[in-house]
Design a protein around this ligand. Sequence first.
Ligand code: PHE
Length: 456
Amino acid sequence: MKKTHPIRELMNEEGLTSLSVSHDWRTGRVCWRAGYEWDGSMPWSAYQKTFTFESCLAESPRFYGHEAVLEMFRARGIEPVREKIEELLKAGRHQGIDFYRESSLDITFMNNMHANILGIKNGRHAIRAGGIRRHPLSDPELEVIVDGLNLARAMSFKNAAAEIPFGGCKCTVHSEEIPLTDLARLGFLAYCLDRSRFFTGPDMGFLPELSDVFHDHFTDNITGGKKGPLGPTGTPTAYGVYLAIKAAAEFRYGDAHLRGKKVLVQGLGAVGFPLTELLIKKERCSLMVSDVDETVVKRLLDAFPEADITVVSPEAVLDTPAEIFAPCAMGGIISEAEIPRLQYDIIFGSANNVLAAHSQEEEIALAKRLAARGILYQVEWVHNIAGVMAGYEEYTRGKEADRKRLYAHIERVCGEGVLRNLKEAGRLGMTPTEYAYRKIESRIYPDLTPSPEMVR
Ligand code: PHE
């Protein structure tokens, strides 16, 4: 794994527990630092009992400055890795990444930070919000970093679009599966989470119950548990995406009802499954579904024996015509190469970062190519945001979290807000993606001057 996991090797060999890179998009400055902050025998399951995230945990801690870290990369001949990370931070205007590594457990925790501007004055412990996602060790490290950074950037925009006072980040955990009974590993993750000052909710690779275990043992900086006041966040997210699809249909066909329309849902996971339920119960559309896991497909077919559902094989998804395509699985599925063969009127789903892009400009360019093919698409962070809205309601109000208030918020943002975005973009002759970015970017990058028509 030397080649594919260079940071893991570097931290193991140098005995580092922490490595961090900060970037300032205004000046272009990048700064690296590293540390040895705890000893290998840490009893992580006792986190919050015998120590907190601010305790001194090493007999003799060591810290390294910028030059020393650069030398570590140089000495291993992995400077291209450092350069690539810096290039990604610059392209996405990110604030940086904090890596924490527990080599005895073979876990790397990455806090991918995009922006904090919306959160710094919120008066809370967490200043950013973003999901926690796990990648198996077989995924190359660079892929994990790219995924985390793209998701972190989307989170800044989601939070701004949802009008919640938090910056954007995403946590990626690079490790083998972590059983919910493994309190040593979970304690380590909770320590890193608290130290990173964000609130989170379980994303791919973790179950909603992760949140319940964290609450029971370690921290309240996590939401969306089965025992939480609002339950798992996939359900509200599906409702927001459902409303957005209807708004898109209204914009495109002049009718929000989907009766008779072919809707293709890729991925029947935490969001895709409840989305298909809403479509079946409320719309009577012709549903096409696809998932790599056949048991979940069977579960849907068994639950709705009367519904009009066709199963599409995962490889055939992008070649299957439909009026509406709702990607609800992995991101990065549409690049320049796929666009000519897509046969949809509308692409609106829940998957984050459906377009394979590393920066907002690349994303805007791909969205234009879709528009040129007559496909109505809008960057997902405008409408797949009810998960973090639920997280916000729970994080800020705890047991007083109110489903009614949440659902009214979702209707405002994902229903009315989406229709407004589509109409305004149309009026200005822009893609909905570009319009959404132009409208919000000046709040996230306050030095960028918005164009006059955006100031309202
Ligand atoms: N994981 C959610 C998403 O990708 C965001 C989220 C953040 C949910 C924090 C709950 C809490 O949109």
